[in-house]
Write a protein that binds this ligand. Sequence first.
Ligand SMILES: [Zn+2]
Length: 318
Amino acid sequence: MAFQDYEDIGFGITRIDSGMIRPGLAALYLLESNGECALVETGTHNSIPAIMKLLEQRGIEVGQVRYVIPTHVHLDHAGGVGGLMQVLPNATLLVHPKGARHMIDPAKLKAGAMAVYGEAYFAEIYGDVIAVDSQRVEQMQDGDTVLLGARTLTFYDTPGHARHHFCIHDSLSSGIFTGDTFGLAYPALATENGPFIIPTTTPVQFDPDALKHSIDRLLALKPQRMFLTHYGMVEQPEPLRQSLLAQIDDYLGIVERAKQQPVDQQESYLIAQLTEYTFKRARDHGCRLAQAQLQSVLGMDMQLNGQGLAVWMQSQTG
Ligand SMILES: [Zn+2]
């Protein structure tokens, strides 16, 4: 199946490709019900033209978009928030209480990303990050709900990937928008055995116990499907839950071995071990991509996961 920038996935939900770095890396979702719309995730500032194009194609007026809902404030999820709020006059930003101040004053988020990527690459990937008027921000506490047409959206505090992360249960699809809490499953790695899922342990707030608890909390809601930001809808989440929990435990085993390495080699050791471990799992899952293709799909995540584990490991030893 050819890759599509937009895909109608049923239940009044359209998956939109953010266009960040490569197709199929980061998604966002348009929800429609009885003439009211919401966006879950925004992609980056550079994703805004694609979003506006879809609204136009669907004959949706900008005033019909009631909510902009990033799952957390990492820039692949929330980078487009400020720019979108400028062009969506009736939208309210619904955000985790620990993320709200970074949307109102994004200077820290911007500086953090620039420090990692450098100014030129920052501009290429993220474009810009624009502040949101605090009057238009609503903080969603655990268990809060909003109505969108015939849907009820319920917010769940889900730390583990980041402390400023919530997930959103949607009554109409019996699905959950999981951000990065329920891992990553790139369509390119799916096989006859189903999606190939891996956890994401990005710096700097990865917390394995919190992440496992959050994953279990999501499954306790008995969802039929999950909408992953990276990438797309997956169904039958229970075996995926088991896979994620097993991998998080295996990651901690790798961390134990990393502690035996010289301090200046621990991070590179973690990245190499995670890569070997994950590629073997992909093969066992029936994935037949060449090694170089696996590297191009997963390499960046292996690096981020290794860096996140290193940060967590240091926080454990003080
Ligand atoms: Zn992400």
